[in-house]
Write a protein of this length. Structure first.
Lengths: 363, 363, 363
C-alpha cells in the first residue's frame, strides 16, 4: 500500500511541494525512516534530526525549506496534531480479519447477525444477541444474551459484553474490556458503618457488619455511537436503570465506571480514571489520568479535571479543577505555591515570636 | 416472569396497600417505567418525578399517598437500600447458561466436576481441578491444575484461576479477573537501592541494579465463602504461604492485591484499590476507591479508609482514616481546612512583619 | 520432587549443618510446615514461631542453633531476600503444559513456530506471526498478525498480543495483559480546550469540542529480553514509532503504559502505575505503586519515585521523588512535616496578632 504525496496532501488539506507524484509506504520518525517512508517532523526543533534521514519525502512545518533539508517532496500542514489524524488514517490498514464466521466460534441459533460481519475464532454470541452490519469481533469475544452491537463496530480480542448491553455504531472496544459486569452494591441487614456515614455525614465504626446483602444489577449499559473504550476498562451495569455513555465519548485503558453512572457525549476519560456509582458527568468533559470521582457526584459540562485529582463535590459547568480534593485550578495552584513557601513562613513566625517576646520583655 | 405486589411486599418485609394482586414484570425508574413495571421512588424528593409515570404500582416512602400519586398499589419499605437488595433479588434471573459441559470446552480427564455444573464454551479446566456442585463457569474461563472451585460458585467469562487456587462456596468472580498470577517479587544479586531503603530507611541510588532475580511464587490463593471479586481485578499468589481473602469480603473492579496479602472477612474493597505485598487487613474493613496500602502494612479491624487515601503506616482497629498519606480523619480534615486558610495566614504574617518592623523602628 | 539440604545449600551458596542428606519437598512458613517441608524463618524474630513446628529442616539466620530449635538440618543464608530467589527457583515446577499444539487452537497456516513450543487450548495465532523456540502459550492467548514472541517466552492465559508486536526472549506475560492496543490519541478539527492548554499553558473551556478525530496507531510495541509484565497490564502501541520496554524491566499488575512511551532497561514498575503518552523513562528506575507520570515527561536513570506520587515535571537522573505533585524526597518530607504543624502555626500567629495589637494599642 503506497500513497502519493499529492494524495496525502489532499487528505490533509495541506500544501505540498516538489515531486508530488512520489509514492510513500508509511510515515516514520527521523531516526528510523527509510527511503520508502515519509518522515514526520512538523516542528522546526526537529530540523537537526533530519540531517542523516534517508527518507525522500517529509511532512514539515510551514515554510520549511524541504530541498535544502534534502527531500524531493514535502507536505506542510498547519496543525501538527490534526495532521496526525489524517496521516495515520491514510495508512491505517486496520485489523486483518476475514468476513464470515470462524468455524471455532459459538453463535446462538437465534442470534441475529448483520451483513458483512466478521466473527473471529473462539467468539461466543449468546441467545437473542444482535450484531450490526459490518461489525467485526476479532476473537475470544463474549457477547451476552440479548446484547446489541451497532453497525461497523470493532470489538478487539477478549472483550466481554454482558447480557442486554447496547453498543452504538462504529464503537471501538479494545482488548479485554468488560462492559456490563454487575455493579458493586451491597447493604447490611442492620444499618452499617458506611451507610450511616452516608446519611449522617459521620462514620461510626462501632456498627459491626456481619454480612453483606447483594443489590443485584437488573439494569444494563447503553453506549452511544462513535464511542471508543480502552483495553481492560470496566463499565458496570445499572441497578434498575442503565449505565449510560454518550456518543462520541472516548475512554482510555483500565478505567473503572461504576453502576448507574451517566456520562454525556464527547468526553475524554483518560487512563486509570475511576468513576464511582451514580455519578453524573456532562458533555465535553475531560478527566485526566487517574482522576477519581466519588459516588453520586454531579459534574457539569465543559469541565476539565487535571490528572490525579479527586472530585469529591459537585462541579459546575465550565470549571477547571485540580488537586486532592479537587478545587478550582487557580485556587489549587495558589495553595500549592503557598504550601511550598511554608519553610519561610515558619521561619518568619519564629523570628516574629522572638522579636515580640523581646519587645514585650523590654517594654 | 412476574411477581405480585403481595409477594414482593412479603419478600421485602414491608407493608403494601391497594390492589396487592397486581403482577409486575420489573422495577423501573420514574422516567422510563411502563404499565407493567413497578416504579421505584423511595424518597419524597422523587415525588414530582412521578407525575407522568405510566406504572400502575410503586415502591414509595413510608406514608406516601399512593392513590393520590396515581398508583393502583404500592409497597412502603423502611430502608431504601435494604429494600433494593430484596427487590433486585426478586427479579434477578441470573445468567442464562444451560447445565452440562459445552462441546467446545477442554476439561482434563482427571478433573472432578460436581453435580449440576454448567461449563460454558471455550472453558479450559486443568488436570486435577475440582469444580463444586452447582458451580457455573460462563465461558472462556481458565481453571489451572489442581484448583478448587466451591459449590454454587459463579465464574464469569474470561476469568483466569491459577494452579492450586482454592475458592469457596457461592463465590462470584466477574469477567476477566485474574486469581493466582505470580507475585511481583524481585531481588538483585548485590544489595539494590530499594532493598537498602527497606532496611536502612534511606534510598541510595548509587547502587546500580544490573539484573533482577525472580522470587517465584510457590504459594497459592485461598478465598473464603461468599466472596465477590470484580471485573479485571487481580489477586497474586503467595511466595511460600497463600494469599488469603476472608469469607464474605467483597472486592470491586480493577483492584490489585499483591502476594502474601491477608484480608479478613466481611471487608469492602472498592474499585482501583491497590494492596501491596504482605499487607495484612483485619475484618469489616472498608477501603474506598483508589486507596493504596503499602507493603507489609497492618490494618486492624473495623477500619474505614476514605477513597483516594494512601496508607503508609499501620492502622489500629476502629480507625477512620483519610488523606495522602492517610491520617486519622479528624486530624486530616483539620489540616485540610487550615491548608485552605493559608492565604490569610501568609497575609497576617506579612502584616505582622510590617507592624513589628515599624514598632521596632520607632522604639 | 524433593531436594536434599546439601543440594539446596549449594543452590543458595549458603552454609548448611546437620543431616544434609535429608530430602525436603517444599518450603513452608512456620505455622503450616509439615514433616516433609523445610521451614523458612530467616530472621531471629521468627524464633518463637518455631516452637511447635513439625518440619525437620529449616532455613535460618546465620548463627541460629538449629539443634536447640529442634531441627535435624538447617541452611544459613546471608541475605534473606536473595535466598528466597534461589529457594523458590529450586522448587518452582512452572506451569504444567504439554509440548505441541492443542487441537482446539487456531494457528495461521503461515505462522512460524519454533522448536519445542507449547500451544494451549483456545490459542489464536495470526498470519505471519513467529513463536520462538521453547515458547509456551498457556491457553486463550491471542497473537496478532506478524507478531514475534522470543525464545523461551511464557505467555499466561488470556494475554492479547497485537499485530506486529515484538517480545524478547524469556519474557513472562501474566494473564489477561494486553500488549499493543491502540494509543489514546484524539484531536478536534478545531483547536480544542486541551490542545490550547497544552500550547498556551491555559485551559479555555469556551472552546467547545463537538467531535474527536482519531489518531491511529501505526507503530507497534517493542519489548526487550527478560521482561516480565503483570496480570491485566496494558501497553499501547506507538503512533508512528514503537512504544519501547527495555530488557530486564519488570512490570507489575494493572499498569497502564501509553503510546510512544520509552522505558529503559532494568526498571521496576509497580502495580497500578500509569505512564501517559510519550513519556521517556531511563534505566534502573523504580516507580512505586500507583505512581502517575504525565505525558511527554522525561525521567532520567537511577530514579526512585515513592508510591502514590504524581510526576508532572521532568526528573533528573539520580533523584528520589515523592508527593503529589512529586518533589525531591527531602523537600517533600520537610513540607509534609511542616504541614502537620499548621495547627500550632495558626495558633502562634493568633497569639502574635493579639500581642502586637495590644502593644500597638498601648503604645
Amino acid at each position: 500500500m503506497t500513497v502519493t504525496i499529492a494524495e496525502l496532501a489532499a487528505a490533509l488539506s495541506a500544501e505540498a511541494a516538489g515531486n508530488v507524484e512520489l509514492a510513500v509506504a508509511r510515515p516514520a520518525p527521523p531516526d528510523s525512516a527509510g527511503p520508502d517512508d515519509i518522515v514526520v517532523a512538523m516542528l522546526p526543533k526537529y530540523a537537526r534530526k533530519l540531517a542523516d534521514c534517508r527518507a525522500r519525502a517529509a511532512i514539515l512545518w510551514p515554510g520549511a525549506d524541504y530541498a535544502a533539508l534534502g527531500f524531493e517532496a514535502a507536505i506542510f500542514p498547519e496543525r501538527p496534531r490534526l495532521a496526525m489524524a489524517g496521516l495515520t488514517a491514510a495508512f491505517d490498514a486496520g485489523p486483518d480479519i476475514p468476513l464470515g464466521i470462524h468455524p471455532l466460534s459459538d453463535v446462538a441459533a437465534d442470534a441475529v447477525l448483520g451483513a458483512a460481519v466478521a466473527i473471529g475464532p473462539f467468539v461466543s454470541i449468546g441467545p437473542g444477541a444482535r450484531i450490526g452490519d459490518g461489525a467485526r469481533l476479532l476473537g475470544h469475544v463474549s457477547i451476552g444474551a440479548g446484547a446489541e452491537i451497532g453497525d461497523e463496530a470493532l470489538i478487539h480480542p477478549g472483550v466481554r459484553i454482558g447480557a442486554r448491553v447496547r453498543i452504538g455504531r462504529r464503537a471501538i472496544i479494545h482488548a479485554n474490556a468488560v462492559i456490563g459486569a454487575d455493579g458493586f452494591s451491597f447493604v447490611t441487614a442492620e444499618r452499617g458503618a458506611v451507610e450511616q456515614a452516608r446519611e449522617s455525614g459521620r462514620l461510626d465504626t462501632e456498627t459491626r457488619t456481619d454480612r453483606y446483602l447483594r443489590i443485584a444489577s437488573l439494569g444494563s449499559v447503553a453506549i452511544g455511537d462513535d464511542v471508543e473504550i480502552g483495553a481492560g476498562s470496566c463499565i458496570d451495569r445499572g441497578t434498575i436503570a442503565d449505565t449510560v455513555i454518550g456518543s462520541g465519548t472516548k475512554i482510555d485503558n483500565l478505567v473503572q465506571i461504576g453502576h448507574n453512572v451517566v456520562i454525556g457525549s464527547t468526553c475524554l476519560i483518560c487512563g486509570h480514571v475511576g468513576i464511582a456509582g451514580s455519578a453524573e458527568i456532562g458533555e465535553r468533559v475531560v478527566l485526566g489520568g487517574k482522576v477519581g470521582v466519588s459516588d453520586h457526584i454531579r459534574i457539569g459540562s465543559d469541565v476539565v479535571v487535571a490528572g490525579g485529582s479527586l472530585v469529591g463535590a459537585n462541579v459546575p459547568s465550565g470549571s477547571v479543577m485540580m488537586g486532592v480534593p479537587a478545587l478550582r485550578k487557580d485556587k489549587a495552584a495558589e495553595l500549592l505555591l503557598l504550601g511550598r513557601r511554608l519553610p519561610s513562613l515558619f521561619a518568619d513566625v519564629e523570628t516574629l515570636k522572638k522579636r515580640v517576646s523581646n519587645s514585650s520583655g523590654s517594654g
